[in-house]
Design a protein around this ligand. Structure first.
Ligand SMILES: Cc1ncc(COP(=O)(O)O)c(C=O)c1O
Length: 479
């Protein structure tokens, strides 16, 4: 997606009535886009003439703004080619003829610092396609005349209109029926872990966790005193534990990081196990909005509500907005059984309510807008295309070194290392790629005892040119 295609979402606005000169307004806004990394290193900007036309301002203003940012080392001009976003900074922050920043498509510089590293395999949302102008509209609408309740107290359980919007949202995307009171707004998965650990009194108790799993879960639960019991994952999903556990944390829709969808039979086995052992289940459904080839299976939450009495099951659905909005939003939610609403609200009262209150009404407004569904549909299509593109590329270029399978959904592809293709382990491979400016994540780090060797290659947040570059670097490193 080029700068011009993106112009509407980049939200550049020039106010001719403002006392600040137009070129300064433009300089500031482009500088902010660069600092926020909403323009990609190496990305070509429109010519000063074209930008002037698009924004209905004079060419002198766009030229002055570009020249200022070139002087600051944030943009680079390639004579007779165009103006580009710089890929690196010189020590003084200024570009010099001797130390000219190279363009992304030609070179990602070995030894770039972590901050400068391009997330070539990015498993986050593509923030460049996020409708920021609508988001700004939601924030403005809500905060121009704020609900006084927002200014006084932390609403326990979360801001009610957001709980209502989330209840409608999960009905639409997952067919989960619940009352708004069952929705507990969290500040993301770490907050969810703390709330659940407190509500279920997990200190000293056995907790079943998938092996491999999302590492922050392992660290979070053990820091809170849970005794972790690891269960392997086979082609039907997480295996049942051999002994009684107090709680099981399951990524049933798509196992993280392996991508396995739990079979219906295994789901039923887990629910029966939970009934027999009075074990709590957390169904961690962090990205099932993004399914491509087939429709997701019925959530454990719905199966449990259908098959068991409310006092027989403690099933909690955990969701996140990190994969739909942007990682730094830090808002997620739990859907808890009616019998546990009070327990969770008091856990939140005791631990403190961490979810940002200012963001909650804007989020309610934003996801309540019917255009939100259109955004999700567009992102699903885009991620599916990127998944297919990366799979095809890996198949063409690296099939003799890597085993890959097309995931039915999600935001990353798992590439297992064939034996003998690389002398070090996958962590060494991750480091070598990082030194070439490529972010990919070692699979073995997700296992408690160093399991299979491979890489998690994110595609959702990576345009095709990044994926091509990443595969090229992978070819170089794997030889
Ligand atoms: C298993 C799992 N749960 C939850 C999350 C989301 O966490 P958060 O809401 O803190 O961003 C992720 C993100 O990758 C995940 O892999």
């Amino acid at each position: 997606m080029s700068f011009i295609d993106n112009l509407a979402t980049l939200n550049i606005s020039i106010d001719t009535a403002d006392s600040q000169p137009i070129y300064q307004q433009l300089t500031q806004q482009i500088r902010q886009l660069l600092l926020d990394q909403r323009l990609t290193p190496g990305e070509k900007l429109p010519s000063s003439r074209k930008l002037a036309q698009l924004l209905s301002i004079s060419r002198t203003s766009t030229l002055n703004a570009y020249n200022q940012l070139i002087a600051e080392g944030m943009l680079i001009s390639e004579p007779a080619v165009g103006v580009f976003v710089c890929t690196q900074k010189t020590s003084a922050g200024k570009s010099t003829a001797a130390n000219k920043p190279a363009l992304l498509r030609d070179n990602i510089n070995p030894g770039t610092s972590r901050e400068d590293k391009v997330a070539v395999f990015d498993a986050g949302p593509d923030v460049n396609q996020f409708p920021f102008s609508r988001w700004a509209g939601s924030l403005k609408r809500v905060w121009r005349n704020p609900d006084p309740a927002l200014l006084r107290d932390f609403p326990l359980g979360g801001y009610l209109p957001l709980r209502e919007s989330v209840a409608r949202y999960i009905k639409a995307v997952r067919d989960v029926e619940c009352h708004p009171q069952q929705v507990i707004i969290t500040a993301g998965s770490r907050d969810a872990v703390a709330l659940i650990a407190s509500a279920a009194s997990l200190a000293g108790e056995k907790v079943a966790l998938e092996d491999p799993c999302y590492p922050p879960l392992r660290h979070g639960l053990s820091a809170l005193g849970a005794k972790l019991k690891y269960s392997s994952v086979d082609s039907q999903g997480m295996l049942l534990p051999e002994s009684k556990v107090r709680l099981a944390w399951i990524t049933a829709a798509r196992q993280y990081p392996l991508g396995v969808t739990m079979s219906t039979q295994r789901r039923l086995d887990w629910l029966e196990y939970a009934r027999q052992h009075q074990c709590w289940i957390v169904e961690d459904d962090f990205d099932s909005e993004f399914h491509y080839s087939k429709l997701p299976l019925t959530p454990l939450f719905n199966l449990s509500a259908r098959l068991y009495q409310s006092d027989q099951q403690s099933l909690i659905l955990a969701g996140s907005f990190s994969k739909i909005f942007f990682k730094t939003l830090r808002i997620g939610y739990l859907v808890v059984p009616e019998t546990l609403i009070d327990t969770f609200v008091s856990a939140q009262r005791q631990l403190g309510n961490l979810a940002s209150v200012p963001i909650q009404p804007a989020l309610a407004d934003f996801i309540g807008d019917r255009r939100f569904a259109g955004h999700l549909r567009r992102m699903r299509r885009c991620y599916q295309q990127r998944r297919d593109f990366l799979q095809q590329l890996l198949h063409e270029k690296l099939a003799h070194k890597l085993d890959t399978q097309l995931p039915s959904g999600g935001m990353h592809l798992l590439a297992k290392l064939k034996s003998g293709v690389f002398t070090g382990d996958d962590c060494a491979l991750e480091r070598q790629l990082a030194s070439r400016g490529v972010s990919a994540i070692a699979l073995s780090n997700h296992y408690v005892d160093r399991g299979e060797q491979g890489l998690l290659l994110g595609y959702s947040g990576a345009p095709e040119k990044h994926l091509e570059l990443g595969v090229r670097r992978l070819q170089e490193v794997l030889g």
